[in-house]
Design a protein around this ligand. Structure first.
Ligand code: NAD
Length: 500
């Protein structure tokens, strides 16, 4: 879609805490996106032609520059999202860790390797390698504006692709600054370009026939639109969407540590975390003590934009109505607010809200709230906790607090989600070697780790015949006698019965 006189040609990013304008950015239309994709295609030929080492050195230098600019980047994130400066610094550190891992592991994970060809093909050298796709479109959210897109950008670049990045309209400056850093380190060709704009700019990227894969992170409803746009050209898609993650508190868990960690998982970044804790299931014997500790800690938290604030404002104004509706609905349906209540919604902030006795069918338990609210539920045992945890269409992550290692591992495996951490909140997100992504309405595909690198490649299989076999089965010269010998061999190799 071209930017016309009727469409806005620019938009402002606002500080959600103060309402001040952070900066003005252009709304780029389909023409500008198409031009960016053409430049990215040209750059892709050069970038994939570099050796693994040449790409690694450039990516490590981008990492170095981002590290030296960490405070400037964090300031920008702080201003555009309203999150605390320390949280913005932590987010940038996590992005740096991923960039480092992707740069250092791309060759090992993706480079050519020989594979065993099997007895029937012993005369073949079998080579597997992972080739870049070409140009990857990354569409990002605002809640973790550097960490989340970096999960795609770093891995796509390390795999040999170039990237066109559409940041959220709430955090365009972060995307623009990141592209400036990359440009300064890699001046030869635009390997990362940022296209600013609203949803239509993202739609132009997703519906273009000139993009080889879209890595989308955002809400489920937008993911469906992006998937429909991608379908026009059979463009493959990674969808990293929302969640309704649980924390489960088992018998024997360290309740002080569990309350501290679950509270952080629920309230940090004002609860605007895809893998944030939105529901807590506590086994009967631990419930009262855990709830007492959780509520005591929650009452101490204060939102604000100052250095002492625990968390910032709600970044996207429209979300305040959703949070308010979920609290009201929970209370109208028999829930109790043991910390805060409807009055906790004080625009643009929401003070901590802890709800108990909320029916499982209510919006606060079923839908993504994306605010500093939490529902706490008493359950009979771990089995019931897991059953309730899995009674959702989402499946992103989850946390288990337990004093028993094997019970915790078993519970972690049984939670229907892409990631689970035990006795710590979201520890997997910092482990760059581990894949990140959801199931069900939380999306599909993986970023991070070896799987994240492979997402931005196509596997290429090559065989090279080293010598001709005396029996050539794929020739019109094949005789019945030869085939009979082969059948004998196959029977010997595969025909035996195995004891159970
Ligand atoms: P959103 O869906 O509103 O927007 C995401 C991005 O899509 C933005 O850049 C937006 O401009 C763009 N967009 C909007 N309409 C589009 C269209 N028709 N075509 C293409 N692009 C379009 O999401 P949001 O509010 O920015 O982010 C919050 C959501 O993201 C939450 O649901 C959260 O759970 C989720 N999230 C998920 C992860 C994860 O890794 N799974 C990480 C962070 C956030």
């Amino acid at each position: 879609m071209t930017v016309t006189a009727e469409s806005p040609t620019s938009f402002t990013s606002l500080n959600p805490a103060t309402g001040e304008v952070v900066a003005e950015h252009p709304v780029l239309g389909a023409d500008a996106v198409a031009k960016a994709l053409t430049r990215a295609r040209e750059a892709a030929g050069w970038w994939r032609g570099l050796s693994w080492k040449e790409r690694r050195v450039r990516l490590l230098n981008i990492k170095g520059s981002l590290t030296r600019n960490l405070n400037r980047m964090a300031e920008l994130i702080h201003e555009e999202t309203g999150k605390t400066l320390q949280d913005a610094q932590l987010e940038t550190i996590m992005a740096i860790e991923h960039l480092d891992w992707a740069a250092r592991h791309a060759r090992k994970v993706l480079g050519p390797r020989s594979v065993y060809p099997g007895i029937m093909s012993l005369n073949q050298k079998a080579v597997l390698e992972y080739q870049p796709l070409g140009v990857v479109g990354v569409i990002g959210p605002w809640n973790y504006p550097i960490f989340t897109p970096m999960g795609s950008i770093a891995y796509a670049l390390a795999a040999g692709n170039t990237v066109v990045f559409k940041p959220s309209e709430f955090t365009p400056g972060v995307g623009v600054f990141l592209a400036e850093i990359v440009d300064a380190v890699v001046p030869e060709h635009p390997v990362l370009q940022t296209v600013t704009g609203l949803g239509a700019t993202g739609a132009a990227l997703a519906s273009s026939p000139d993009v080889d894969k879209i890595a989308f992170t955002g809400s489920g409803p937008t993911a469906k639109k992006v998937m429909a746009a991608c379908a026009q050209n059979l463009t493959p898609l990674i969808a990293e969407c929302g969640g309704k993650d649980v924390a489960i508190v088992d018998a024997g868990a360290n309740l002080d540590a569990a309350a501290d960690s679950a509270l952080w998982g629920a309230m940090s970044n004002a609860g605007q975390t895809c893998i944030g804790v939105e529901r807590i299931y506590v086994v009967d014997e631990s419930y009262d003590a855990f709830l007492a500790k959780l509520t005591e800690k929650a009452r101490d938290l204060r939102p604000g934009f100052d250095r002492e604030a625990a968390y910032g404002p709600i970044t996207m104004p429209g979300q305040l109505d959703i949070i308010e509706r979920h609290i009201k609905d929970a209370l109208d349906n028999g829930g109790t607010a043991v910390v805060g209540g409807v009055e906790s919604v004080r625009k643009p902030y929401v003070e901590p809200v802890v709800l108990t006795d909320v029916p499982e069918s209510s919006a606060a338990v079923c839908e993504e709230t994306f605010g500093p609210t939490i529902t706490v539920h008493r359950v009979r045992d771990l089995d019931e906790a897991i059953e309730r945890a899995n009674a959702t269409s989402y499946g992103l992550a989850g946390t288990v607090f337990s004093g028993d290692r094997s019970r915790a591992m078993d519970a972690a495996r049984r939670i229907r989600s892409g990631m689970t951490s035990i006795n710590a909140f979201a520890a997997f997100a910092m482990v760059a070697a581990l894949p990140f992504g959801g199931v069900g309405e939380s999306g599909f595909g993986r970023i991070h780790g070896a799987d994240g690198l492979r997402e931005f490649t196509r596997p290429k299989a090559i065989t090279r015949q080293r010598f001709a076999l005396p029996l050539n089965l794929t020739s019109f010269e094949r005789t019945e006698k030869e085939m009979a010998r082969v059948l004998q061999l196959v029977n010997l190799l595969h025909g035996r019965r195995y004891k159970r």
